[in-house]
Write a protein that binds this ligand. Structure first.
Ligand code: IVH
Length: 695
């Protein structure tokens, strides 16, 4: 049985937590908006620390309106929106040396490079600040924007104009339109001095230079920003009207000639070995640098290669962030609990004696599964080494065997679900145990709801994990559709949200507002939100792109179920990356009556917008379905596919009547035959390149 604290302890902690959220929020308003703090910085810090400790101990308490959730988030809605014509991306991460060699291998494979070909990368420090995009027109700064969600950020021009490192007029001869991307940051020494001044003025101190930079840039009053010691490094480009550089190293040089400062030390490396040597050298220099860095970044030097490599979801294939090692600490494993996930997976979770690792209090770590527990021989009561890296969930690295108490008992995963008591089974080929309770399992239902409202799904602000759990327990929200009837229930005074502990008129009104704003949703997000097994964001998008509308998708899935070998099923399988296993999970979802009920119910509550093809409307292949087959001479299949998708085409895995083009390379086999039989246009590789306008 999972161990639990005394109910009284938990209730007390919860009450204290609610009080703290309220109190800190009031101080935040006094400080940020009224500029009239009532308590000293030290007192404020003490409150924040207490809140953070409680949240670490009780992650289930954390509320969307908690001050801890607002760090780095928009202070207010007072900023104008700023759209990025060229999306602002993030970087994928490497931690181990192999991740770096993998990166080089991937690039080589993608570009089909011969052994003799050298791959040069620019290596530079990864600054721990706030990314920002500066737009220059005719050499004059016209807009500065935060990254936001990558597509739309906040217009922070007035604030950025106060940063001395940011040129307002560019030197030299820059292109007419030039967007410079870089990082706003604070130097360590200036950060310390500023915090001392804050303290002397009775204002709260910032936790670290990154938070300080982010908080300063997001001030609604730019006079406040002007007093903060902010700096800027330029490291990449957004939109530009004219090519002016040949390589990434050239971009660095040109940016400097326009008046920007670039992060140092930087170097061009020609192999994975050189890159790793640079990484180690920077690791040694790290404590002596003027500013915080959390790793280094490698960018393929050749811009024509960068262009060919393109992007995958939100990160470029041509760059990678090599993070510094996870921070480790030793603590005691107090207990092992078993959590039940959305699809019924049982995961053992270590309950730890809370400990600070790299500035964050850690009280839980995942143990993955029984195999993992046995491999590391982890037992309750052990001293364990835990580690955190980036935002990843903390892991248990190993057990400190010398400290093991005699008789420490081994842990075994239960045979039944700890929540609903149904049998737990291990499916063939899987390591994880799964609860077979399905609908009757409360844990699965709650996890599905949490997924439904999560950030990349319906993104309903104010419905955090803890609130979902509470509402589910009380029967206020049992199915996704119930979320959209909450206000109506409240009006009939069934729910009475505003009388709940920690809730007031304003928070209730905000919750209803965020729910209402989500009644209209795009098909891909909707599909992702359903939480079908194996259907993550990428697959959801592919399904949406293939079926276009919610109604069509529903109809096609039902037809596919009725005619197991029929056209609708073949069509599903023809979607790139959807094989029999994923298709099976998608159809299994439609086979369950309760899922159909949920869909119908949601269909009544929502407007589900048809899928819109990404902005690439004017290319000759936008909206066309293409199949690549055989060996291509000028690029790899992966590159061909990525390029076609960038141009708005759909890439399918098999040929059907819906296929517009089959691009046949050397030794094309059955797909070419299918194309001929169905009368689909067949193109040679060169004809395809001509069509998409590649010289
Ligand atoms: S290059 C296409 N270079 O790290 C993205 N990014 O974790 C090009 N960052 O979003 C980014 N230092 O905000 C680049 N020297 C550097 C960087 C850097 C910090 C940030 C950037 C990015 C984030 C990803």
């Amino acid at each position: 049985m999972p161990k639990s604290k005394s109910l009284f302890d938990v209730a007390d902690a919860k009450k204290r937590y609610a009080d703290l959220v309220k109190e800190i929020s009031q101080h935040d308003v006094l400080y940020h908006q009224k500029d009239k703090p009532k308590i000293s910085d030290a007192d404020y810090d003490a409150l924040r620390r207490e809140l953070e400790a409680l949240e670490a101990e009780h992650p289930e308490f954390v509320r969307a309106d908690s001050p801890s959730q607002k760090v780095g988030a928009a202070v207010a809605s007072g900023f104008k929106k700023a759209t990025h014509n060229v999306p602002m991306l993030s970087l994928s991460n490497a931690f181990a040396d192999e991740d770096v060699t993998d990166f080089f291998d991937r690039v080589r494979r993608f570009l089909n490079l011969g052994e003799a070909e050298e791959v040069a990368v620019v290596a530079e420090p990864k600054i721990d600040g706030l990314s920002c995009s500066l737009r220059y027109e005719d050499g004059r700064l016209v807009r500065a924007a935060t990254r936001g969600d990558g597509a739309t950020g906040e217009d922070i021009t007035a604030n950025v104009l106060t940063i001395a490192d940011v040129p307002q007029i560019l030197k030299g001869r820059p292109p007419a339109v030039l967007e410079v991307r870089g990082e706003v940051y604070m130097r360590r020494d200036e950060f310390r001095a500023m915090n001392e001044r804050q303290e002397a003025a009775g204002k709260p101190a910032f936790a670290n230079p990154r938070n300080a930079a982010a908080g300063s840039v997001r001030q609604l009053d730019s006079a406040v920003t002007a007093e903060r010691p902010l700096h800027f490094f330029g490291y990449a480009l957004g939109e530009f009207s004219e090519n002016f550089a040949e390589s990434q190293s050239d971009i660095r040089k040109k940016l400097k000639s326009f008046g920007f400062i670039a992060a140092e030390p930087s170097t061009v490396c020609k192999s994975a070995e050189e890159v790793l040597a640079y990484y180690r050298a920077i690791g040694v220099q790290r404590p002596d640098l003027d500013y915080d860095i959390d790793g280094v970044v490698y960018k393929i030097d050749r811009l024509d290669w960068q262009e060919r490599l393109g992007f995958v979801s939100r990160a470029p294939r041509w760059a990678i962030a090599h993070k510094f090692p996870a921070q480790q600490a030793v603590t005691i494993l107090n207990d092992i609990l078993v959590q039940v996930g959305r699809t019924g997976t049982l995961t053992p979770v270590a309950e730890l004696e809370p400990i600070t690792v790299g500035g964050v209090v850690v009280s839980r770590a995942t143990l993955h599964n029984q195999d993992e527990i046995e491999r590391k021989d982890v037992r309750v009561g052990d001293h364990v080494v835990i580690q955190r890296a980036g935002d990843v969930i903390p892991q248990i690295v190993s057990v400190v065997m010398e400290k093991r108490k005699p008789g420490a008992r081994k842990f075994n995963m239960p045979e039944t679900c700890p929540v609903c008591g149904s049998h737990a089974v291990r499916e063939e080929g899987e390591v994880a145990l799964r609860c077979t309770g399905g609908l009757i399992c409360g844990a699965q239902a709650v996890e599905r709801l949490k997924h439904f409202v999560s950030r990349n799904a319906f993104d309903i602000e104010g419905l955090g994990d803890k609130i979902i759990t509470e509402f589910w327990n009380e029967g206020l929200i049992k199915t996704p559709g119930d979320i959209f009837r909450l206000e109506e229930k409240d009006r009939q005074s069934i729910a009475q949200l505003k009388n709940r502990e920690g809730w007031g008129d304003l928070s209730v009104a905000n919750l209803y507002k965020s729910i209402e704003s989500r009644r209209v949703i795009g098909l891909e997000r909707f599909i992702y939100a359903l939480g079908i097994r194996q259907v993550g964001e990428a697959t959801a998008k592919k399904l949406a792109a293939n079926y276009g509308t919610f109604e069509n998708w529903m109809a096609m899935m039902q037809t596919a179920l009725q005619e197991p070998e029929g056209e609708a099923y073949t069509d599903l399988l023809s979607i790139e990356d959807i094989g029999p296993s994923v298709a099976g999970d998608v159809l299994a979802f439609f086979e369950e009556k309760h899922n159909l009920d949920v869909l119908q119910d949601l269909g009544r509550e929502l407007t589900i917008n048809p899928y819109v093809l990404p902005k690439a409307g004017n290319t000759p292949v936008a909206g066309k379905t293409v199949v690549f087959t055989g060996t291509l001479a000028q690029m790899t299949r992966g590159e061909a596919k990525a390029r076609a998708e960038t141009l708005g085409a759909k890439v399918a895995g098999s040929v059907s009547k819906k296929t517009d083009y089959v691009v046949a390379g050397e030794d094309a086999g059955s797909k070419l035959k299918d194309a001929r039989a169905l009368g689909v246009t067949v193109l040679s590789e060169q004809e395809w390149l001509d069509l998409i306008g590649v010289a």
